[in-house]
Write a protein that binds this ligand. Structure first.
Ligand code: NAD
Length: 332
């Protein structure tokens, strides 16, 4: 049996990545939607052949509890809304996926984990790169110490934000922060899955605000360093006013570089021994199939709520370091 997924929040990512990916999945399918916009409900119903009884809005959301077609709810809303919709979905007895960042505070992450534990449902975070061949190779190179112990990591993820500044990503209440919450989280993830270790301390500095019309609530850019238990350091940067997409690692006897590293497709990898020659895959399809498999076979997900919580704790430490100018230790 294929498990039924309901997507909550039919914005860019749900529309252009997740719904198409769900046409390629083998263990799960697009069974339902939750949207506040009736015209989107009608368009999705037509396009994906979704039955009326599987279409919800934010008022009827909790009634999903009574719907046996829906096994998994995938929350694709603005960051600050992940917690509420994950907790309510868990209370409705459904397995949950929350997009990244898991939430905008450690306390919210903890609430989400508790709600899923209490309802005995699984919780996973939309960390698609754990299912991407080049990033998986980096995990192997770093964690298996193929070129010896890792000494240094560089990670950068940035894009130039243009258009209308009136959007949730620039609204601190909904986004929780700026590019660090949205893009920098990929650098935090990349460094940690290269090392196979969690950083013990961070230092950080906000960049200059050159576009105050956009960045009056959230940072425009931030640079930070993460220190790892073995002495390795990750130098990271993220900005909404640059184009960067890099994960580089240097070990005693070699190096590797993904560039772009975090894209949906077109990821390219190279090591000191030559090009990686790996294929690009549909990351979201693999991610959702892997979660469906965990449910069907009662296995633990590679990207659990605890990982989302760990990362939000690190993001909070980075913001604290940037605000105070001090080195902030991370206690896990
Ligand atoms: P988006 O703005 O395109 O979509 C957000 C959706 O939420 C819209 O459909 C909007 O109508 C709905 N919404 C409901 N209540 C809202 C409110 N109060 N304010 C604003 N919108 C509201 O955003 P997106 O790019 O699809 O991002 C959604 C989530 O997915 C974010 O958490 C983001 O970090 C995550 N995301 C993850 C990836 C990834 O690669 N894993 C990529 C893109 C986005």
């Amino acid at each position: 049996r294929k498990l039924g997924i309901a997507l909550v929040g039919l914005g860019n990512y749900a529309t252009n990545q997740l719904a198409p990916a769900l046409q390629e999945t083998e263990k799960c399918y697009l069974a339902g939607i939750v949207t506040g916009t009736p015209s989107k409900a009608a368009a999705w119903k037509r396009k994906y052949n979704i039955p009326d009884q599987n279409i919800y809005n934010y008022e009827t959301y909790d009634q999903i509890a009574d719907n046996p077609d829906i096994d998994i709810i995938y929350v694709v809303l603005p960051n600050a809304m992940h917690a509420e919709y994950t907790v309510r979905g868990a209370q409705a007895g459904k397995h949950m996926i929350s997009e990244k960042p898991m939430a905008t505070s450690v306390a919210d992450c903890q609430r989400m984990i508790e709600a899923c534990n209490k309802s005995n449902v699984k919780l996973s975070i939309g960390y698609r790169l754990h299912f991407e061949p080049h990033n998986l190779r980096v995990m192997e190179l770093g964690q298996q110490q193929v070129y010896g112990p890792v000494q240094r990591i560089e990670a950068a993820d940035s894009f130039v934000m243009s258009g209308n500044p009136d959007r949730w990503r620039l609204d601190k209440k909904l986004a929780g922060g700026g590019p660090l919450m949205d893009l920098g989280i990929y650098c935090v993830q990349g460094a940690i899955y290269t090392m196979g270790q969690t950083p013990t301390a961070v230092t950080a500095k906000f960049g200059e605000v050159t576009r105050p019309d956009f960045f009056d609530e959230v940072e425009q850019s931030i640079d930070w360093q993460m220190e790892f238990p073995n002495g390795a350091v990750a130098d990271c940067t993220t900005s909404y006013n640059k184009d960067q997409n890099l994960l580089y690692g240097k070990a005693d006897k070699g190096w590797w570089r993904l560039q772009p590293a975090y894209s949906y497709s077109g990821i390219q990898g190279e090591t000191s021994a030559g090009p990686m020659n790996l294929s690009n895959v549909n990351q979201q399809a693999r991610q959702m199939d892997a979660f469906a498999e965990c449910i069907l076979e009662n296995k633990t997900t590679r990207v659990p709520g605890e990982m989302g919580l760990r990362d939000v704790r690190i993001l909070e430490a980075i913001y604290e370091a940037a605000r105070t100018g001090k080195r902030v230790e991370i206690k896990v």
